[in-house]
Ligand binder design. Sequence first.
Ligand code: FPP
Ligand code: MG
Length: 329
Amino acid sequence: MSSTDRRLERMLEPVQDGLVRMREILLAQIVESSSAVSDMTGHAQRFRGKQLRGALVLLSGDATGNSTDEHPSVAAIVEMIHLATLVHDDVLDGARTRRRVASVNVRWDNQIAVLLGDFLYSRAFSLSTDLSSRLASRVLSETTRRLCVGEIEQSTKRFDFELKEATYEAIASAKTATLYSAACELGARYPGGREDVGREMAQFGAEIGLAFQIVDDCLDVVGDAEVVGKPVGNDVEDGKITLPVLWTYARATEATRAAMRDIYTTPGLEGRRLAGLKAACDLSAGVEYSMARATRLVDSARARLAILGESGARSSLEELGSFVLERRW
Ligand code: FPP
Ligand code: MG
């Protein structure tokens, strides 16, 4: 076990029992008699990763003294929605691997991946109707709306080098931070009430989630594919102009800008665009700038936890911030 794995395990220690229950609920929810579907859900389970979003529901519940018997179900719903979005995202991005295994669109095809994502989303939806309060359905349906809008906006801004930093952040917040925010809000508030703590925890999640996406975008240009567990350079191949790139572009000479634009758009460079981008410009200051932004977000998020009493779960939430910044995968 690597030191990062051990660190994660330590962080999740306060909610270990809840996580075991969450996984049981999730598995029971996606069981199907169709062996074809079982093969596919079994495969998608391998993208499971860190299950940070589910863990955030449970940690936020514990840290705010709001844990209920239903929190593991809420966490399972959040993880199922996350899984559904990953399966769909890999279709949109034409991604070949995720967490070191073939994406569903590659192992099967795009049609299957769209349907499997729908299946997972419908199972999440179904479980939410079994809960005693409608708060989770309400928060998560709004979350998925914003997530879809974020993805649509992102698609319309491909190859847009004039993208404003605020627009980049709005898209990253919508597509990634909203689910983090919902996980923390529901942990703190479900089944209802405690709106003030819920609001603060929603902000905590939104800042941690945006920091996570900024780090993800930095790893896509400077990460090691072996460690990250998916190919790097995907954003460059897909025409997504991320923060380290747009910062570099805004400060580059016209000649460098033209070279950068060409690398994203010239046909025939498939698979070689990241190497070309790195040859055309120095991204290191843009990465440094982006990481500094992510660090400020994490600092602000951690400061919000001051409203909570001391507990193991609160310490874990604090540490999760530094984990998001230091992760390499
Ligand atoms: C990852 O971004 C993408 C997301 C976090 C959201 C994807 C959402 C959708 C495709 C909408 C699907 C909606 C439903 C309801 C199922 P990324 O491509 O930058 O990250 P990656 O490197 O992990 O692929
Ligand atoms: Mg993607």
